[in-house]
Design a binder for this molecule. Structure first.
Ligand code: SAH
Ligand code: SF4
Ligand code: F3S
Length: 464
């Protein structure tokens, strides 16, 4: 789909609202606290909201207790995400009693479901501002209305536009996110994302390159993760994802380039070769398989077979040196039998993932799978999840031994002070490595020799 961009005029209005709020809050420095649920997409949206808040003069609060504004950025991918949010928003009531001026806002995927948002707004009358996933760029205008004493409930139908040029307050560290596309067209039958994030739309390649250059040159990040629900279908008027990777790979000062998530149906050999040939692209891919049973894959509307998936794994391993593969798997999808589960367990063993995120199928109202016959009882889902986790653990631990004796570069990210203090860092393939060393090394790249394993991580020593 041709991407639609929010008009410059509207972004200008957002900046005017930022300026008015800044004047209004001069000398006040109110504190904000953002609680984010869900995936990196939401985390990054929260960075954009933080960017707008800091532009008007807000400063981060240490906790909810000392905040003047609390914002919940919600997720609805599974049932328990929703339950947790209602619980935590309810808790704000007490804080509001102590600080009547406290502003409370709720946004994100769960709020994009208008019925749920209405339920939340009527259950919690103290919530001042509710908005969906399409209104991020008018946050300053909405905040202004709330400060004028209004209650704002703003959830547009999700058409899907791209807003460029908003301020972003990036989380500290060495690694940061850059959106390359928004939305999803895949309608996997279990998944709510296409309903709450709208259709796929790609940012302009030149805007992405400019943003990566900015975070590297002006903000000092050395590792960038390109974000999208399905990066393999990125398309900016004919510029496809492999070409985008090659362009970003050219940026001087960038050391590591990652991306997520990849849908197996759109993973081309061309992309595999771009990964192999771009020196900054890390040897890691998150390639959600969801199930190892062809019958279930078809019911899930994933549009690939286990054979195709295994061929992709082969292509990746043959061409991208040292690649590690991670995945997402759902058990207990409607009609899943023990035989289907065995196909999944078998596939996990065959691929040898370095990490796998496992989920019990959760009914999402409005999706196709929600009304399928053959829903699996919760008890059985739980048993299957436990079984899957055992197999994952075996497979992950088994895959660590091969690192012993190897040497490679790690980015040192921090210090672990549980027990004897150890620095920890990551290999390009995302494996965590613990080493002894001085804290002054945090943020730098070093070669390390791997000497052993520790749970599902590695232990090593720094080389000169
Ligand atoms: N766009 C990404 C991930 C989306 S959500 C992709 O397609 O890979 C992250 C993961 O949550 C999914 O990969 C899936 O494993 C899981 N998930 C999504 N909907 C779910 C549901 N209804 N029940 C359980 N797990 C679900
Ligand atoms: Fe959901 Fe499938 Fe889209 Fe991923 S690709 S966000 S699982 S619909
Ligand atoms: Fe992400 Fe949850 Fe939305 S997983 S896209 S925050 S529903």
């Amino acid at each position: 789909m041709q991407a639609k961009f929010v008009e410059d005029q509207i972004i200008k209005e957002s900046y005017s609202a930022i300026e008015r709020l800044r004047q209004r809050l001069l000398g006040v420095s109110p504190r904000y606290y953002i609680e984010t649920y869900g995936c990196q997409m939401n985390e990054h949206d929260s960075e954009k909201i933080a960017g707008m808040l800091e532009s008007v003069g807000y400063v981060p609060a240490v906790s909810k207790n000392d905040a003047d504004l609390i914002l919940f950025n919600t997720c609805c991918i599974r049932d328990h995400a929703e339950k947790r949010t209602f619980g935590n928003v309810g808790f704000v009531k007490e804080l509001k009693q102590n600080n009547p001026a406290l502003i409370t806002a709720v946004c994100g995927c769960m709020m994009q479901q208008r019925e749920v948002a209405k339920r939340l707004a009527s259950r919690f009358p103290f919530v001042d501002l509710v908005f969906g996933t399409n209104e991020l760029h008018i946050f300053p205008q909405m905040l202004e209305k709330v400060m004028d004493g209004g209650r704002v409930f703003e959830i547009k139908d999700i058409e899907g536009e791209i807003a460029e040029g908003l301020p972003i307050k990036r989380n500290e560290g060495f690694s940061t996110f850059v959106n390359i596309m928004y939305g999803c067209n895949n309608f996997c039958s279990y998944c709510i994302v296409p309903y709450v994030r709208g259709r796929e739309r790609s940012r302009r390649a030149e805007d992405i390159v400019a943003e990566v250059r900015h975070v590297v040159e002006a903000e000092g990040f050395t590792e960038v993760t390109l974000l999208g629900q399905n990066v393999n279908s990125y398309d900016d008027n004919g510029i496809k994802f492999p070409e985008l990777l090659r362009r970003v790979n050219e940026i001087e000062g960038l050391r590591r380039l990652r991306f997520m998530t990849s849908h197996p149906k759109d993973l081309s050999h061309e992309l595999v070769m771009a990964m192999a040939e771009c020196d900054k692209v890390c040897p890691h891919i998150h390639l959600p398989v969801q199930s190892g049973s062809n019958r279930i894959l078809q019911l899930m509307n994933r549009r690939y077979t286990r054979e195709h998936y295994l061929d992709l794994v082969k292509d990746l391993r043959e061409n991208v040196q040292g690649i590690e593969i991670t995945t997402d798997i759902i058990v207990g999808f409607p009609t899943e039998t023990d035989e289907d589960l065995n196909d999944t367990l078998d596939l996990v063993r065959k691929v040898g993932y370095s990490a796998a995120y496992s989920f019990a199928y959760s009914v999402r109202p409005g999706t196709k799978a929600a009304s399928m016959d053959g829903q699996i009882p919760e008890e059985i889902k739980k048993q299957r999840l436990a079984l899957l986790n055992e197999v994952i653990l075996e497979s992950v631990n088994g895959a660590n031994d091969k690192y012993i004796g190897t040497e490679d570069e790690i980015l040192i990210e921090g210090v672990d002070t549980r027990g004897e203090p150890m620095l920890f860092g990551k290999l390009g393939c995302l494996k965590m490595v613990y080493v002894k060393g001085d804290e002054s090394l945090i943020g730098t790249y070093h070669r390390a020799r791997i000497t052993g394993t520790r749970f599902n991580s590695l232990v090593g020593e720094l080389m000169d």
